[in-house]
Design a protein. Structure first.
Length: 271
């Protein structure tokens, strides 16, 4: 009986591994997921490092609740406000979904600012993570634009006049101001075209950009690793002893046939 249990256990494990092995062989997703979950991080990582994950969680909540609201929202001046009232007052748990989406937008922006503040104070924007910092700045700009375009969608007095103020502020930009305001309005006045454009940007254009930048941001975080806190005993920028292949390319050409030469970290050929 004791020998039968391990055999049954192994058979069950093999059955579970068949689809995973099939997926891994054709995509490499299983290995990539394992590397992501079990990669090495600094030993003194603390709660400050969770602000990025919290921001991502807030974005996912916004994404899910936004999809649910899109099933019932009607982007037209005659029906927009009535559809919002239906979601809030009559739809089952609609008040909860709309409340999560409405207040979650503020939570998302606040967490994004806190995360960027942590990155700045920890010096995580320095070499070699400058590109990731620029992606974060782009994410902040798109997130604020997402909030601006979503503010008009309830189509009430507050949303209407707040949008008027926002578009007029954009109109004061040098050179491109008039073009930006005309593009946002879709004409001379705020109306059907304005609501349609704001809804398209809020539901399709800006979320697509956010998802793309988030994927690149996470890729660079995984590739470059997590930055140690400033008080860490092991500085993240310390040079490491390693040997690299000397491939100087076009900037420092070398004679042909010298492919076996290697160089140390400073680029000097080894004897």
């Amino acid at each position: 009986m004791a020998a039968a249990k391990p055999k049954a256990h192994h058979r069950l494990l093999n059955l579970v591994m068949i689809p995973l092995d099939w997926l891994e062989e054709r995509s490499g997703l299983v290995g990539a997921t394992k590397y992501f979950l079990f990669r090495k991080v600094p030993r003194d990582t603390n709660w400050f490092h969770t602000l990025g994950s919290a921001t991502l969680t807030a974005f996912i909540v916004q994404l899910v609740t936004g999809v649910v609201l899109a099933f019932y929202y009607k982007p037209s001046p005659d029906e927009a406000y009535a559809s919002i009232q239906y979601i809030t007052n009559e739809l089952t748990l609609g008040w909860l979904v709309r409340g999560m989406h409405r207040w979650g937008a503020s939570v998302f922006i606040i967490l994004l600012f806190l995360h960027m503040g942590r990155v700045f104070l920890f010096g995580a924007y320095k070499y070699p993570r400058e590109l990731n910092w620029l992606l974060g700045v782009g994410l902040l700009a798109l997130a604020m634009l997402e909030g601006f375009t979503g503010y008009l969608l309830p189509w009430d007095q507050t949303a209407y006049w707040a949008t008027v103020v926002g578009i007029n502020l954009n109109a004061t930009a040098p050179f491109l101001g008039p073009f930006i305001s005309d593009f946002l309005r879709g004409g001379q006045d705020i109306g059907t075209e304005t609501l349609s454009r704001f809804y398209s940007m809020h539901m399709l254009l800006i979320p697509g950009g956010l998802i793309g930048l988030i994927v690149l941001h996470l890729y660079l975080v995984i590739r470059l690793g997590v930055t140690s806190p400033p008080w860490s005993q092991e500085a993240a920028g310390d040079e490491r002893e390693e040997v690299i292949t000397a491939k100087r390319g076009l900037l420092e050409p070398r004679p042909r046939g010298d492919g076996g030469a290697t160089a140390d970290v400073k680029g000097r050929p080894e004897a």
